[in-house]
Write a protein that binds this ligand. Structure first.
Ligand SMILES: *Cc1c(COP(=O)(O)O)cnc(C)c1O
Length: 399
């Protein structure tokens, strides 16, 4: 392989579409372009492929029935649909429970509802390792709560919440439970059948599928209110002609992710650990952000003291290495990440956060190239940083 070919370690932002996914999608444009609602053979051909995709997504989630899968335009729509459906289903319940580290697609929506519709929002905090405050969560659950929405895995740190337990706690209070599992699906095994999870969001482009397509799992029997009304697509749960090519791509991506789950938790995890251990050994004054006991196998977020993460990223980018300084949605803003802030990470370390997120395409040679490049990048940036010169002398001596 060309030593200078670019290295992509930003897979929590989006992933490369698997060529096998593209191959499955193409006939939906060229041959099977019918409307799946049509009763003629053109419609049937598209409809058959839609049915197959629903089964593939159900299998990845370990859900009981294909009909529990509703296709959407992605994670953001799935999250909004789940939360707004629960609120509409229980109009007298005026409280919502979320965590402080949710994705902006949940946080902004819920805070908007708080401001404009008067909902009371319980925003549950996390500790220094990013673990949810279980006592605060339990205390927030009451008959006034319309929905509890807690993410399965955090996009910035990879921290995995004990979602099955959280869902069980909500169920004991008869509160519908939703999880934004966009980062968890395809990375860790899930088994929704028999769990207390009522709704779950996933997105195609985070698991080597196409952008602009996702799904919402809705447990059978749960009262549901659609976000879009109109045609009877998706059994009346999501109106609008289906994105058939996208859905077929998502189905194939789900099938491949299920087949690759073992690899994700062995080979990819080992590469992530090699990267992380190497960085901790080679770069002074940095630490891992997130829960070492419960973390996605592909994610490593490191906080580098006395240096800006953005500066590290720019220098890495020049060497053909792509990573992230946290969530893509907030980069460019002067505020440190809400996740780092929630964890109580110091101001300077939060600014020095860099997220490496691997995929099944990541190789050992790529990890080693990062380990070659990063120590020099950090040292040079620290030499240029005012924090560093004013910082502790031991650190300065190493620059
Ligand atoms: C990417 C992401 C989303 C948004 O999904 P889209 O399909 O891009 O709308 C939601 N939640 C989490 C945790 C994510 O990482």
């Amino acid at each position: 392989m060309n030593a200078a070919s670019p290295i992509y370690l930003d897979n929590n932002a989006t992933t490369r579409v698997d060529p096998r996914v593209v191959a499955e999608m193409l006939p939906l444009f060229t041959e099977h372009w019918g409307n799946p609602s049509s009763l003629h053979r053109f419609g049937e051909a598209a409809g058959e492929r839609l049915r197959a995709a629903r089964g593939q997504v159900r299998a990845l989630l370990g859900a009981a029935q294909d009909s529990e899968i509703v296709f959407t335009s992605g994670g953001t729509e799935s999250n909004a649909t789940a939360i707004l459906s629960a609120l509409e289903a229980a109009p007298r319940r005026r409280e919502i429970v979320i965590s402080r580290v949710e994705h902006p697609s949940v946080l902004s929506l819920v805070h908007h509802l708080e401001r404009t519709a008067g909902y009371r929002v319980h925003t549950i905090g996390v500790d220094r390792l990013g673990r949810l405050d279980l006592a605060a969560y339990e205390a927030a659950l009451s008959p006034n709560v319309a929905v509890a929405s807690i993410m399965w895995a955090n996009n910035e740190t990879g921290t995995v919440f004990p979602v099955e337990m959280l869902a069980g706690m909500a169920r004991r209070h008869a509160i519908p439970f939703h999880s934004d599992a966009v980062q968890a699906v395809g990375k860790i095994p899930l088994r929704l059948a028999g769990s207390a999870v009522d709704m779950l969001s996933l997105s195609g482009h985070k698991l080597h599928g196409p952008k602009g397509v996702g799904a919402l799992y809705v447990r059978r029997g749960l009262e549901f209110q659609p976000l879009f009304r109109g045609g009877h697509q998706e059994r009346g749960r999501r109106a609008g002609t289906e994105n058939t090519a996208g859905i077929v791509g998502l189905g194939k991506a789900a099938e491949l992710a299920l087949a690759n789950l073992g690899d994700a938790n062995t080979r990819v995890r080992a590469l992530r650990d090699r990267l992380e251990q190497g960085i901790l050994r080679l770069v002074p004054d940095c630490f891992v952000a997130g829960d070492p006991e419960a973390r996605l196998p592909n994610t490593s977020t490191l906080a580098f003291e006395f240096v800006e993460g953005e500066a590290i990223l720019l220098m890495l980018n020049r060497q053909g290495i792509a990573a992230s300084s946290g969530s893509a949605c907030t980069s460019g803003s002067p505020e440190p990440s809400h996740v780092m802030t929630a964890m109580g990470v110091t101001f300077t370390a939060a600014y020095g956060a860099v997220r490496f997120s691997l995929s099944r395409y990541t190789t050992e040679a790529e990890v080693d190239r990062v380990l070659d490049a990063l120590p020099g990048v950090v040292a040079r940036q620290r030499g240029a940083s005012p924090y560093w010169r004013e910082g502790d002398t031991a650190a300065r001596a190493m620059a």
